[in-house]
Structures are given as C-alpha cells and as structure tokens.
Design a protein around this ligand. Structure first.
Ligand code: NAI
Length: 359
C-alpha cells in the first residue's frame, strides 16, 4: 500500500511516522494481526493537492489531504484515473471535498471526525479571553516598557451571555467551559443535542444573536450556513458584541464584519479561519506583499485577532489525527470501507449538508 501525503508540514510527518512505528511495533508483538499500516509506504509532499499537482499522486493507492487541499471534481477524477482508491482527510471538515464526484469515481473518502473537540473549544475560549482582556496588546506594550492600562479595559465574563451557533462536539465543549466561567449559554442548532441540557438553552438564531455578548461559531460550512453571519445577522447582534469564528471562514461575510467594526457595532472579532485562507495559511508570507486587501484591512483593527487555522493544533490532536488516519487505512484495506467513510451512503446525506467547494 502506497500513501501520498499532501500539504505535509514537519509536524505532520513526525506524528505519522510515530503512528507507523507504533503499528510496526504492534505487528512485531502480534504477527497474526499485522495491520496494513505497518507495511505502508509513505511519500510526503510539502505542496498542496490541486489540479496542477494531482499528477504527483501517480502510483499511490491512497492520498492523505488537509483542509486547504483541493478535492474538487477535476482533482477527484484525476485521482481516480491514476488508480487512487481512498482519500484520507487529516481533518474533520469535508467542505473542500466533492463527495458526489468521489462517490461516482468509486473513491472512498474518510475523515478524522473527532480528534480533540476540546482543543478547538479551548482555543475559542483563548480567543475570547485575549480579545476581551486585550492581552495581545498588553504583551506588546509590556515588552516595550509601557505598563499603562489605558485601552486595555475588559469586561468580566461572569454573568455574560454566550451564543453558540452549532452544538456538535466542539460547540458543546465550548459551552461547558464557558458555563464554568459563570456565563449564560444560549445556542442555536437545527439539530439540538441532549448534551446541552443543564448547561444552556436552545433558542432560534434570531433570538440568540440579539441576546449574546459573545457569538461563537461551531457549525460546519454548507450551502445552508454559508455567510450565516452576514450584514443582516450582524445587525441583529447586540451592540458591542464579540464575534469568534474557529469553524470555517465561509460562515462569515468578512466585508460586513469590517463595516460593523468601523461603526463599532462589534466590539471585537477573533478569526482562526478566513474565507481566503487557502492562499495564505500554513505558510510564511512575512517577507512578501500580501495582496488580500480584505484580510489586510481586517488586521488594522486593534480589536481584531486573526490566527492561522490553529485551533486544532495540540500534541494530542496531532497524535489522534495520525492514529485515526492509519486506523482508517487498516480498516479500508480489510473491508474496502471504514466507519469514518463519508462516501459509504451518500444517498442518506441531507441535501443542505452537501459540501460547498472553495474554502
Ligand atoms: P459536529 O459535526 O460535531 O457539529 C456540528 C454541529 O453543527 C451539529 O450539531 C449540526 O447539527 C450543527 N449545524 C448544522 N447546520 C447548522 C446550522 N445551520 N446552524 C447551526 N448549527 C448547525 O462538528 P464539530 O466537530 O463540532 O466541528 C464543528 C466545525 O468546526 C467543523 O465543521 C469544522 O468546520 C470546524 N473545525 C475547525 C477546526 C480548527 O482548527 N479551527 C478544527 C476542527 C473543526
């Protein structure tokens, strides 16, 4: 079995190699149950998977891709022509994969559905705390010997209302933490979860937005959620509210956010994801002129924090991503599918949950 890994960073390689070593050790201990991943041949590519690079998957039985790799229909079809039988995502989100094309091409697509919801939730809370108490500004000031407090005034979170859009694994983990801060938790999710019981209360989106001091996004990017935070939704938000997005950039109309920051309708915005992130995130552009004027304008606000899609980035999450990816391979080799397959029963996927491409 040959696996081609795209968008490889040194940390990806380290964790995949460690998972492979563990599989090999297991095979030595118990040769009768030797997993396929113990003998897998891995080729690491630093560049992203896209139409121009898909030819480099030639000879691979499976490819491993990340959030900003393109898995559009032309890429998926090209993979199929080269004999690739499985696409293994090193992430939970699959909005960047044309699942219909994969299904038609007979390629299995599997994700890592839950590597550490707490890692993402904890990062969302870190963004809330930073934005609220201006620790990003305090850090820079203190290093220059400026210990003045003017401009660093925050608000006590205890007693404030947090509105969560999406209460899956990450939304619930965020709710639990913010509940611990003494916040009131409101949530909107068309598919309510019993896990919110005793922590918070479900309301309609139109009720959550005006009542929340902090709105945090935790729903996937789909046709039905694209720009769920647009001009109209922002107008419904409480004046002075903070917006946090650790989910997907396409959930937010960034230009509308900029307008709301200019009128001070929003008191702060923290984004770990951005709709145009594919061209920038995960690489060092510090020596270049960045041509994304929307992002650049956004970053001129002192009350905006942008991070490079790092909410997932903990040791535990990387370990689980690598382990789960190899488990997906082992299961696929034996059964031709796996429990994390996203293509096994596409007919059952709701229409509004079909992925949209381009993020
Ligand atoms: P999940 O699948 O457990 O939960 C998603 C929730 O969103 C579900 O409860 C679903 O019913 C809800 N939902 C669907 N449509 C909705 C709508 N119109 N409005 C409100 N809620 C809606 O997913 P999980 O693991 O909680 O992840 C959430 C998102 O976080 C992922 O889709 C991914 O985009 C993002 N993510 C970001 C990471 C990062 O590093 N920044 C890492 C991992 C995930």
């Amino acid at each position: 079995m040959k696996l081609a890994v795209f968008s490889t960073k040194p940390y990806d390689k380290r964790y995949i190699e460690a998972a492979r070593d563990a599989a090999a050790a297991k095979a030595t201990e118990s040769p009768a149950n030797r997993p396929a991943s113990a003998d897998i041949e891995v080729v690491y590519h630093e560049f992203a998977l896209e139409e121009d690079t898909v030819a480099l998957a030639k000879g691979a039985d499976a490819i491993c891709a990340f959030v900003n790799d393109s898995l559009s229909a032309p890429v998926v079809e090209a993979l199929a022509r080269q004999g690739v039988k499985a696409i293994l995502l090193r992430c939970a989100g699959f909005n960047h994969v044309d699942l219909v094309a994969a299904e038609k091409a007979g390629i299995m697509v599997a994700n890592v559905p839950s590597y550490s919801p707490e890692a993402v939730a904890e990062f969302a809370v870190a963004l809330i705390q930073t934005l609220n108490r201006n620790t990003h500004r305090a850090y820079n000031r203190a290093r220059e010997g400026n210990f003045a407090l003017d401009g660093l005034l925050g608000r006590t979170l205890h007693g404030k209302t947090v509105g969560l859009i999406g209460t899956g694994k990450i939304g619930i983990a965020t709710a639990r933490i913010m509940k611990g801060f003494g916040c009131r938790i409101l949530a909107y999710d068309p598919y309510p979860s019993p896990a919110l019981e005793g922590i918070g209360e479900y309301k309609s989106l139109d009720e959550v937005l005006p009542e929340s001091d902090i709105v945090s996004l935790h729903c996937p990017l789909m046709d039905s959620t694209r720009q769920i935070i647009n001009e109209t939704a922002i107008a419904k938000m409480k004046p002075g509210a903070m917006l946090i997005n650790t989910s997907r950039g396409g959930l937010v109309d960034t230009r509308a956010v900029i307008r709301a920051l200019k009128t001070q309708h929003l008191s702060g915005v923290a984004l770990d994801v951005y709709e145009g992130e594919g061209a920038l995130f995960y690489d060092d552009h510090s020596g270049e002129i960045i041509h994304d004027d929307v992002l650049m304008r956004l970053m001129t606000f002192h009350n905006v924090i942008v991070t490079g899609h790092q909410a997932f980035f903990t040791q535990e999450a990387l370990r689980e991503i690598a382990d789960c990816t190899l488990r997906n391979i082992d299961e696929f080799v034996v059964t031709g599918t796996c429990k994390n397959s996203l293509t096994k029963d596409l007919k059952l996927v709701r229409r509004d949950s079909l992925p949209v491409r381009g993020v």
